[in-house]
Design a protein around this ligand. Structure first.
Ligand code: SF4
Ligand code: SF4
Length: 184
């Protein structure tokens, strides 16, 4: 028997509280989806996700992979006649999903985002081996892609030790400022 989707009438308000964007401004012109470089991979394209939020289909949005395919390139916002910022909407949906313990359908993406930011804050630049190890630990897939990674390692494509940029304090100051703004 097909599952009947639960309607959450306050989902759009919750998104607005989280990021300030009003999804009811959207009138479904589809310009966002037609310019989106990752729409081909999304089950629900940006305009469909917005419509789904308008209709209160919270489970459908937060359990699906589509919100995780957004690259934050902002093409959709640039094209939107209503200036709706889909990046903020997708970020808000991911934050709400995490807070309310929805199972992330692609944990690798969240693991990559967290690890990447952690390393850039620490060293001021990316540290490839560290990034790979952190993602593997977070996703508990230690042996995945080892066959692909080893030849790159032996060709010297990954440095064994991290290198800090000269002004790493400046980078860390930016991270601290962002955290301060986010906590307000
Ligand atoms: S910001 Fe995200 S949804 Fe918008 S066009 Fe870029 S990838 Fe697509
Ligand atoms: S471009 Fe803006 S108004 Fe048009 S469908 Fe996308 S979000 Fe809605």
């Amino acid at each position: 028997m097909r599952e009947i989707a639960k309607i959450n009438k306050t989902f759009a308000e919750q998104i607005k509280e989280e990021c300030g964007e009003d999804v009811y401004l959207c009138y479904q012109c589809k310009k966002c989806s037609l310019g989106c470089p990752t729409a081909y991979a999304m089950r629900y394209k940006p305009h469909q996700l917005i419509r789904t939020i308008q209709l209160g289909q919270k489970d459908l949005v937060l359990k699906d992979q589509s919100i995780w395919f957004c690259l934050s390139c902002q093409t959709c916002m640039t094209r939107c006649p209503q200036n709706l910022d889909f990046v903020k909407v997708a970020d808000a949906a991911r934050t709400i999903g995490g807070r309310e313990k929805y199972k992330n359908p692609i944990p690798e993406i969240a693991a990559f985002n967290e690890s990447f930011l952690f390393l850039v804050e620490k060293f001021g630049r990316i540290y490839e081996i560290g990034l790979v190890m952190l993602i593997k630990l977070k996703t508990k897939q230690i042996m995945k892609d080892v066959v692909t990674g080893l030849p790159l390692f032996f060709k010297g494509k990954f440095g064994l030790l991290p290198h800090k940029v000269k002004n790493v304090n400046e980078v860390q100051r930016i991270f601290a400022k962002v955290k301060e703004l986010e906590s307000k």
